[in-house]
Design a protein around this ligand. Structure first.
Ligand SMILES: NC(=O)c1ccc[n+]([C@@H]2O[C@H](COP(=O)([O-])OP(=O)(O)OC[C@H]3O[C@@H](n4cnc5c(N)ncnc54)[C@H](OP(=O)(O)O)[C@@H]3O)[C@@H](O)[C@H]2O)c1
Length: 288
């Protein structure tokens, strides 16, 4: 690809890190064609962090050499250089590692939107399916910060990480609804975040009796209509101010984004093969 030229209002970023997300693989396979049509050949990727290499006409407030976190809405971040509107980048706090900075947008804003949607109050118990993934690791920490008791649904391999972050681990498998109720201090689950799909919404509404208005799924789209639950995700918090807020929490040591593995840009296929196993803790990241 030729090096992009920043248009009016854009900056050119030399990418240092770009996280990968399961939705990108689904779009590539055509599985989300109705929502996000794909045409090929196509670039890929929304998450990015890097160094400003050029400033387009009309841009104020940034300089060449600034370290930034941002996002692309043109499936173009998995590259050495990407041009994006200047209002889609924010200063990277010095204490935030490149891998984390480059992973914050999709997973972070999705977690933020989902947690906000179920309106957690101190004393609530919220169960989170997919608690140890890219979205889940951020969401469980935001839910703990909101004062909720958080039940993190994941495999046993994640028990220690979840416990260390103030979350009660509950392993998926037979008898899950009973085990969730038993783990909840009040014996009741008040809200449910589904980051995995495959029947968790039904379990939340029909087995646990959670009010549909306090169930959010980011992946089981048919269940949104069937059960009247919420579908708040990335698009609902796709704002650079949210990215900046999350980056600030990371810089302050109040939010951890675990990086499972880092791949070179040339190893993009291996990175997605790993991601599609659906057992990543935190994020997989490409480093050009
Ligand atoms: N709508 C939106 O805006 C939006 C945005 C981002 C992502 N998404 C979607 O949300 C989902 C999660 O994304 P992500 O990036 O967090 O994925 P991810 O990082 O690949 O999630 C992996 C996690 O899923 C857990 N998991 C595996 N099997 C499970 C099961 N049976 N029950 C519960 N958890 C299980 C794994 O835990 P163990 O290793 O312990 O098994 C692992 O920690 C994806 O389907 C993605 O496409 C939607």
């Amino acid at each position: 690809m030729p090096r992009p030229v920043p248009a009016d209002g854009e900056v050119l970023v030399e990418v240092k890190a770009a996280g990968i997300n399961p939705g990108e693989a689904m779009i590539r396979r055509g599985a989300l064609h109705d929502r996000w049509p794909a045409t090929f050949p196509s670039g890929q990727g929304s998450d990015l962090a890097g160094v400003i290499a050029e400033i387009g006409p009309g841009v104020r407030g940034f300089n060449v050499g600034d370290e930034v976190i941002g996002f692309s809405e043109r499936r173009s971040s998995q590259a050495e250089y990407v041009a994006v509107p200047a209002d889609q980048v924010t200063a990277k706090p010095a204490g935030v590692p490149w891998e984390v900075a480059g992973s914050l947008f999709v997973a972070g804003t999705t977690a933020y939107a989902a947690v906000r949607a179920v309106q957690l109050r101190p004393g609530d118990t919220v169960a989170v399916a997919g608690a140890a993934g890219g979205v889940g690791t951020v969401a469980v920490q935001l839910a703990v910060r909101a004062g909720a008791t958080v039940l993190g649904i994941a495999g046993p391999v994640n028990d220690d990480w979840l416990t260390a972050h103030g979350v009660i681990p509950v392993n998926y498998g037979d008898g899950l609804a009973d085990r969730l109720r038993a783990a909840a201090p009040s014996g009741r689950v008040d809200a449910f975040l589904d980051f995995f799909g495959g029947g968790y919404v039904q379990l939340a509404v029909e087995e646990l009796g959670v009010e549909p208005g306090r169930v959010d799924t980011i992946i089981d789209f048919p269940a949104i209509e069937r059960f009247g639950v919420l579908g708040a995700g990335n698009a609902d918090a796709s704002d650079i101010a949210v990215v900046a807020e999350l980056a600030g929490l990371v810089a302050d040591g109040a939010l951890e984004v675990p990086i499972a593995r880092v791949f070179g840009l040339d190893d993009v296929r291996a990175a997605y093969t790993e991601l599609e196993k659906r057992h990543t803790r935190g994020k997989l990241v490409l480093r050009p």
